[in-house]
Design a protein around this ligand. Structure first.
Ligand code: BGC
Length: 377
């Protein structure tokens, strides 16, 4: 019996797969589940490890992928790790012990998973990094994500355009935030935004009263919010407002890398007396979480970068279908995502800016959100 990984490796190594693939039972579902009725499991056993249920997007991500795979007759073990690395490690160990042939992992702290992933790889398990890259290890085969640099770039460009920075407008009081220092994505988000915005900080068009800035691209962790928590972002914004915005000075623009941070920042502004339509700053976000889409409709958040997580699920589903059919999964980037040990073959999807006018035609009409989710029914 060939494992998924051995088949894929042989395919890459020698192109000898065609005859092996032909051994698959005729008419077997692409997921390799072994026949009709979703009995499954024997040839397609997938462990999905997600970071937390505390953010809407991960719940959708996990359940969506589970459903697609189960429709193919795969056996799926979906676990959430409560944003605790130790818990994620134990869950992955259990998935390996439980016979997983493929692991799909959205890491909490990617750098800590090396040993458990290496153990899995030594048992010929194929490892797909989901949304967040798995770093510092050979034991990752593929990566599927949205273009993380582009997410930050879209946020930076939005600020640039809305404030007329390229036309010389300013100065504006600006507060930048970055994501969790242990999340590899957060560096890409920051870099994408900072490459657009830093020249305006240098020219004095963006002024940072708190002085909380990243002196260089590499220094973004100094303004990162560990664990992406809304409350921590709120506390940080409270601090900045109380310490540096005295004497009537107002914050006019906030770079928030995602929606969970934006929610905390918005709560802080509210308690400091800022009012939408009066002195509310421009705030960015990412994910199109329901509460943030409502904030967009209420003029409390200017935009969010939408990543249609259903598309990411479909992409990983395709990867798994290829693997179980003994084929090499399709990737579209073999240069960008160096995990410190190797460049991981990746499939990058395009994120998209959503503003108030797009909520209905984009988020609702595509079925991503129900009108009731955002108070529109
Ligand atoms: C994801 C974002 C998410 C953040 C917090 C990042 O790795 O790419 O979509 O907002 O984690 O969960």
């Amino acid at each position: 019996m060939f494992t998924v990984k051995k088949l894929a490796t042989m395919f890459v190594a020698g192109g000898v797969l065609a005859s092996l693939a032909a051994c698959a039972p005729p008419g077997a579902p692409a997921g390799g589940g072994g026949g009709e009725g979703g009995e499954g499991g024997a040839d397609c056993n997938v462990g999905i490890s997600m970071p937390t249920r505390s953010l809407e997007r991960w719940i959708n991500d996990g359940e969506n992928l589970q459903q697609l795979l189960e429709e193919d007759g795969c056996t799926v073990d979906l676990q959430y790790a409560d944003n605790r690395t130790e818990q994620q490690i134990t869950q992955i160990q259990n998935q390996v012990a439980g016979g997983a042939q493929i692991l799909v992992v959205a890491a909490i702290d990617a750098a800590t998973l090396g040993p458990v992933l290496e153990d899995a790889a030594s048992q010929d398990i194929t490892i797909i990094a989901y949304d967040r890259l798995l770093t510092g290890t050979e034991a990752v085969d593929y990566y599927a994500t949205f273009d993380n640099y582009q997410v930050g770039q879209l946020q930076g460009q939005f600020i640039e355009e809305e404030l007329g920075l390229a036309d010389g407008e300013g100065p504006y009081n600006f507060e930048p935030f970055a994501g969790s220092p242990d999340d590899n994505n957060a560096g890409f988000f920051f870099q994408g935004a900072w490459d657009v915005l830093q020249p305006y900080v240098e020219s004095g068009q963006l002024v940072i009263p708190s002085g909380k800035l990243s002196a260089t691209n590499d220094d973004w962790k100094s303004i990162g919010i560990l664990g992406w928590g809304s409350q921590d972002a709120q506390d940080e914004m409270d601090n900045r407002l109380q310490s540096f915005y005295t004497g009537g000075q107002k914050v006019e623009v906030v770079l928030s890398p995602n929606d969970s941070l934006a929610l905390g920042i918005e709560a802080s502004l509210k308690s400091a007396g800022y009012q939408p339509g009066v002195d509310w700053p421009l705030i960015t976000g990412q994910d199109a979480d329901k509460a943030n889409v409502q904030a967009i409709l209420n003029d409390e958040q200017a935009m969010t970068v939408w990543k249609d997580t259903r598309e990411l699920g479909k992409r990983v589903h395709e990867m798994i279908k290829s693997l179980t059919a003994g084929e090499e999964p399709e990737v579209n980037d073999t240069e960008t995502y160096d995990n410190g040990v190797k460049v991981v073959p990746s499939y990058l999807l395009d994120p998209q800016v959503v503003v108030k006018e797009d909520v209905e035609p984009v988020l609702i009409e595509s079925g991503f959100l129900d009108p009731a989710d955002v108070g529109l029914s």
